[in-house]
Write a new protein. Structure first.
Length: 407
């Protein structure tokens, strides 16, 4: 009898070893390691619990999660174009045409709710800075402005996080969310960081690694001190754009000073109730995309159109206008934009592209149709020749007296 038990144990051990060998042979080591490493860098509940609710504390910068674009087959049959503003014309790079064959759900097209068959009452544009919202707003005003109101907000101004409020926004809205290629958008923000005055005139490395936050002004500090004296919770004070005190800097309109060419000073803090600043502009972008993609679930949304700026510039606006005619019941009174038919991107440092590939959340970017691209060699344009200083004496032509500069 003991020998039978021994024999059975040996058989069981052999089966276990065979099964283990099968499992080891079927595991893709690189994928398993990448998954483990990336999961270690995701935010945990412990991060929030350990926060001291200091509004100046920033989040940790996380390596990108595995991208849905990494296993997406690309074919050279269609091109994407980035809409180029006048500010961007100095450093354009033409790249090979690519098209994503496997498209995530929000990149497939509009979300039509058709709640209670209500007639659309507004067209609402939302989108981050430098995402083409001004261009498409002007275009839609030309097309539909005399028939339906075109607004640059939903529950907040177009650039900010939106929220659901059945009492504030209970009509039937057609919402268009504009997005721009992440590489070009971050670079455009670096060149002109509207509202983000603490990020003006930075080189790319400092710009992308500097926490997305600035200091509070004197009016905010008065509010803080007063709340302490009254033993009052400051989080519930009414602030800019309807935010709470620990969701925005500054809270007070008096501290939201204007800087010519850069709009009024304002930073959104993390949109998760942690009272922390985003560790980088790419963290802000990730949360803003996710927030905008929640809008079709909000009260009062009849239809939602996620639009890529580059796609509209490439193919034109004819399809979008036709879809808007269907959901609004109004006929566009304009000629559609015909599209440029070419792919344009900003020329950037290849090291910047590598950084973006590592730290951008490409799973989220994939939700709106964006994929990684390889670094491209690029020579920055030569610096402009310095103009003579008007307050320095210049060489004097022969037989002419020197003239002192005006003071």
């Amino acid at each position: 009898m003991p020998s039978d038990y021994k024999r059975l144990n040996l058989i069981a051990l052999g089966g276990t070893l065979v099964y283990a060998g099968y499992l080891l042979g079927s595991i893709d080591k690189e994928d398993s390691i990448a998954t483990a490493v990336n999961s270690a860098f995701t935010n945990s509940d412990d991060d929030t619990k350990n926060s001291n609710n200091n509004h100046r504390q920033q989040s940790r910068l996380r390596p990108a999660s595995p991208s849905s674009s990494w296993d997406t087959r690309l074919v050279e049959n269609e091109s994407w174009d980035i809409g180029i503003s006048e500010e961007d014309q100095d450093d354009i790079l033409i790249l090979p045409n690519v098209h994503v064959e496997k498209t995530p759900k929000f990149a497939k097209g509009p979300v039509i709710n058709s709640r209670d068959n209500r007639k659309a009452t507004t067209i609402n544009l939302i989108g981050e800075r430098h995402s083409g919202t001004n261009w498409i707003t002007d275009h839609l005003v030309d097309c539909f402005g005399g028939q339906i109101e075109v607004q640059t907000n939903f529950t907040r101004f177009k650039h900010w996080f939106q929220y659901d409020d059945q009492y504030y926004r209970n009509e039937s809205a057609v919402v268009i969310a504009m997005f721009r290629d992440p590489y070009d958008w971050v670079e455009a923000m670096r060149e002109r960081p509207h509202h983000a005055h603490d990020h003006i005139d930075l080189e790319w490395k400092e710009f992308v690694s500097k926490p997305w936050v600035g200091p509070r002004g004197p009016a905010d500090k008065v509010m803080l001190n007063k709340a302490k004296e009254e033993n009052r919770i400051i989080e519930y004070a009414g602030c800019l754009a309807g935010y709470k005190f620990d969701e925005v800097i500054p809270c007070s309109e008096a501290d939201s000073v204007a800087n010519e060419g850069y709009s009024n000073y304002m930073y959104e803090l993390m949109h998760d109730g942690s009272h922390r600043a985003y560790g980088s502009i790419v963290d802000l972008r990730r949360e803003k995309i996710l927030n905008f993609l929640q809008v079709p679930k909000f009260h009062g949304v009849n239809a939602f159109f996620p639009e890529r700026y580059e796609a509209l510039n490439l193919r034109g606006t004819s399809t979008l206008l036709t879809q808007l005619e269907e959901v609004t019941g109004f006929k566009a009174q304009c000629e559609p934009f015909k599209g440029s038919g070419i792919v344009k991107h900003k020329g950037v440092d290849p090291e910047y592209t590598k950084w973006m590939n590592k730290f951008v959340d490409w799973d989220v970017e994939g939700m709106i149709g964006y994929v990684q691209r390889e670094p491209v060699p690029w020579t920055p344009p030569p610096p402009e020749e310095a103009k003579p200083d008007q307050n320095v004496l210049q060489p004097v032509p022969e037989n002419k007296p020197a003239v002192s500069p005006a003071i």
